[in-house]
Design a protein. Structure first.
Length: 558
């Protein structure tokens, strides 16, 4: 038998070799497989409530409506999407493709950063460690600032990890540093990682005066860039004053309420991460032990500690839902390359790659691919019912062509609402016509089931006495007049009402089934005109369901 010609010297390292159980071919192949599987989830995974909220901001920005200047800059990448045909859900799916490219950039940057501390095979395993984590698979392509700001911050860390640091590097550092906080104010959470890598960078340059000057200059460029981007972005929004004022209020609220020490507020999220990312948890522990037991230069140990410490953010930062792990874990994964170094003699790459893929498979296989169809039906129904904008209440702006008049129903949102003590729902109804509510969150569903603990009394009464079931989660302003009754009812939402199911006397005037009655705000006398059947009045002129929304699931859990 004649052996094939030998590869040129040095080629073996460049061509993936699956004959080597400890080589980089195994994690690289696993990364490729998971990326293909994750790419399919772009089109089948239900839109998350945060994606819905952020698409609402995108739609408002494209339509010239006021939005905050902070944390909306990245949406400019996708303003063109709002003009495309299709529902809001279709548009979110399109933006996910761009976000997926950001995630691929994150993976490349994790590899580059890990190479500062480890060999190619260990750096590749660090990338696989990040990608195979359940929350990253589910949210790495989500329409949020997290993938974009993570890519920018990881690029900063990579610049600091390079063996040379000239003026070009300082300029890149400053420009990226100014961009990051404009994408998301939580960029500040990378401070330990940035400080550690900056110290390592200076140490690599033998702590020279020239390198120190360049680092200081990079800091000055960062401040100037951030100020320039903020001024430009806010000046071309619909209302510059509103954009700036809203941004200041957002930053102030985050500073006052986002930090704590102790038990994670999202403990359930962290526990779920511990199950789906158990391998990450183990390798983090091994890496932390390696940091103290292995002999490394002090500056390198400090840099690695700055990267690893971000893993503890859930124990001091409030807003750590599943999507936060896309942001948090990237630098931690890069540092975990030293943990891979420590165990690779006992656990070769082929075995560790298989273990990481095994943790990822259930996340992909069990992902709910049905709810996104419900979301499309709900979005299409609302667009058909209200081709022209009307005000409405909902959880996360599922119908951005309508005018959302209540805050996002996140824990942060409803806690702030309760703490403020202002009945914003009642005030909104009194200020303008709000004919529709989409009860697509547990806060609303519980309210209509009799549990009003997450609403102020005035709001609970206004909502339960105003909005009647119409089609699935969609409720319309209306009144139910019991059979044989004769009483005064308050109308909070003025406009046309269609009589359903039984005739009714309103302020002494008879109205048959199908009649359209114009009602003003205030109290009206309603009397049943049928001793057996209740009458139901619904806002609008003969609005009827186009599609029976016979489902309750409008979101999927993390």
């Amino acid at each position: 038998m004649i052996d094939p010609p030998a590869a040129p010297r040095g080629a073996r390292e460049k061509i993936p070799d699956f004959r080597d159980p400890g080589g980089p071919a195994w994690p690289l192949a696993a990364i490729a497989i998971l990326l293909v599987a994750q790419a399919s989830m772009i089109f089948t995974r239900a839109v998350n409530w945060d994606e819905s909220l952020h698409y609402g901001q995108l739609y408002d920005m494209a339509a010239g409506q006021p939005v905050n200047a902070l944390q909306t800059l990245y949406l400019r990448l996708y303003l063109w999407v709002a003009a495309l045909p299709g529902t809001a859900i279709d548009h979110v799916v399109i933006t996910r493709v761009g976000q997926f490219l950001c995630e691929i950039a994150i993976l490349a940057l994790i590899f580059m950063l890990a190479r500062r501390f480890a060999e190619t095979r260990q750096a590749a395993m660090a990338v696989l460690l990040y990608l195979s984590t359940g929350y990253v698979l589910q949210n790495g392509f989500a329409l949020r600032a997290d993938p974009v700001v993570t890519a920018v911050l990881m690029a900063i860390l990579v610049v600091l990890s390079r063996p040379t640091f000239g003026w070009r590097s300082a300029l890149a550092l400053g420009l990226l540093g100014g961009l990051a906080p404009m994408l998301s104010i939580k960029a500040v959470l990378y401070a330990p990682a940035l400080a550690g890598m900056a110290w390592l960078c200076w140490s690599d340059q033998e702590r020279s005066r020239a390198a120190a000057i360049r680092l200081v200059a990079a800091g000055a460029i960062t401040a100037l860039t951030a100020a320039a981007i903020f001024a430009w972005h806010s000046s071309i929004l619909a209302s510059a004053d509103s954009a700036v004022g809203g941004s200041v209020a957002l930053a102030d609220s985050a500073a006052r309420r986002m930090f704590f020490i102790g038990r994670p507020n999202n403990l359930g999220t962290w526990i779920q991460f511990a199950f789906t990312g158990l391998a990450f948890l183990v390798l983090f522990g091994i890496s932390a032990i390696s940091l103290f037991r292995e002999s490394r230069p002090a500056a390198e140990r400090l840099a690695l500690a700055g990267l690893l410490v971000l893993f503890l953010l859930p124990f001091c930062y409030e807003n750590t839902a599943a999507y936060f792990y896309v942001f948090m874990l990237a630098p931690v994964a890069a540092a975990c390359a030293i943990g891979v170094q420590r165990i690779e003699a006992r656990v070769p790459a082929v075995v560790l790659s298989a273990v990481l893929v095994a943790f990822a498979v259930p996340v992909i296989a069990l992902d709910n691919r049905e709810v996104i169809a419900n979301q499309r039906r709900l979005a299409a129904e609302l667009e058909a019912m209200f081709p022209k904008p009307v005000a409405y209440f909902d959880h996360a702006d599922v119908a951005p062509h309508l005018l959302k008049r209540n805050p996002f129903q996140s824990p942060w949102g409803y806690r702030g609402y309760l703490a403020a003590g202002v009945p914003i729902y009642r005030k909104a109804i009194e200020r303008e016509v709000v004919p529709v509510m989409v009860a697509n969150w547990f806060t609303f569903r519980d309210l209509f089931a009799g549990n009003d603990e997450l609403f102020l009394p005035a709001d609970a009464m206004a909502l339960t006495e105003t909005y009647l079931p119409f089609n699935g989660p969609i409720r319309l302003a209306g009144k139910l007049v019991p059979a044989g009754s004769d009483a005064d009812f308050e109308i909070l939402v003025p406009g046309p009402y269609t009589v359903h199911e039984a005739p009714v006397l309103i302020d002494g005037t008879h109205h048959p089934v199908g009649a359209v009655v114009m009602l003003e705000r205030g109290f009206h006398r309603f009397a049943s005109d049928d001793p057996l059947r209740p009458a139901r009045l619904l806002w609008g002129r003969h609005l009827a369901p186009r599609d029976r929304l016979d489902f309750t699931a409008t979101w999927v859990p993390f």
